[in-house]
Design a protein around this ligand. Sequence first.
Ligand SMILES: *Cc1c(COP(=O)(O)O)cnc(C)c1O
Ligand code: SF4
Length: 336
Amino acid sequence: MASTGILTRSDPAPPDAPAWSRLVAGAIRDGAELCDRLGLPRERADDAPGFPALVPEPFLARIRPGDPGDPLLRQVLPTREEQVKSPGFTPDPLGESAAIKGACLLAKYANRSLIVASGACAVHCRFCFRRHFRPADPPSEESIASAIGRLAADPSVHEVVLSGGDPLGLDDPRLAWLLARLADVASLRRVRVHTRFPVAIPQRVTASLIETLRGTRLVPIAAVHVNHPAEIDRDVAAALGRFVDAGIPVLGQTVLLRGVNDCADTLATLFERLVDLRVMPYYLHQLDRVAGAAHFEVSETVGIRLIAELRARLPGYAAPRYVREVPGEPGKRVLA
Ligand SMILES: *Cc1c(COP(=O)(O)O)cnc(C)c1O
Ligand code: SF4
């Protein structure tokens, strides 16, 4: 194995930066290096320009070395399969690019709106539907101001979903500033944070983050992206517990992925583990058909069969809704 680990890397984060931001700064950003660290041939990697590998050490530590089929590795290693063109798989499957480049507010659904709050993720998931349109990080003050203006003009919106990128890629002062601006909008009641940080870098869930989330009158909710039981080690479990202990409800969101979790046993283990951690499985997402991700697709027929098996095996609340996003529809379409 080559010695290109965190110890030899020149770390651009200042020494007084929080541990999580040093883990972001020190993350592996090169597929060949990822292979070196895991004892795999470098030829397995094929870095995609514009959406390179990004794997932080805490996530890397959960990947089995020497196993090219590891379900965590499959989610993060850029490969040649991403260059394969498949009919129906497009750069912008949800027609969002204009909104992401513009005012950072997506108001497609009744009662809630989505703000693209940051471009910085803790990990690059190869199947990400925003892989071809990375939002500005951090968003410009003008784009936030315009989003707030539109929220204030529509009192039917009671909840804001912060998405990204990953909104927890914002540091606590930036997040506090954003939450305070949102709390100024009288009609808003709740803020939901869609994030993969607690899984990729559980060190992000600090006491200061919890205080920040609870620091306004808005009710905070966390929705955590988690796809496989092996993603949940002790640190991740503890991070999820810190939200729940603080009275912040946590929802689980999972993407159905071929070669990762397209198996009833794997999904049942995942959802039961989440419930044990007081996280409510919320959505199982059908893959969005983004160019470069065709090799991750599971057919809806198989998905419906899997969810039926889960409903037979798990308590009702532990089997999430199986949904897909259909552009132009007023909410996610429930498949089963
Ligand atoms: C998924 C999504 C939401 C939140 O939808 P819920 O069904 O309430 O979880 C809001 N806005 C957009 C654009 C979304 O894609
Ligand atoms: S964390 Fe979310 S936004 Fe970031 S790459 Fe993964 S799926 Fe995409």
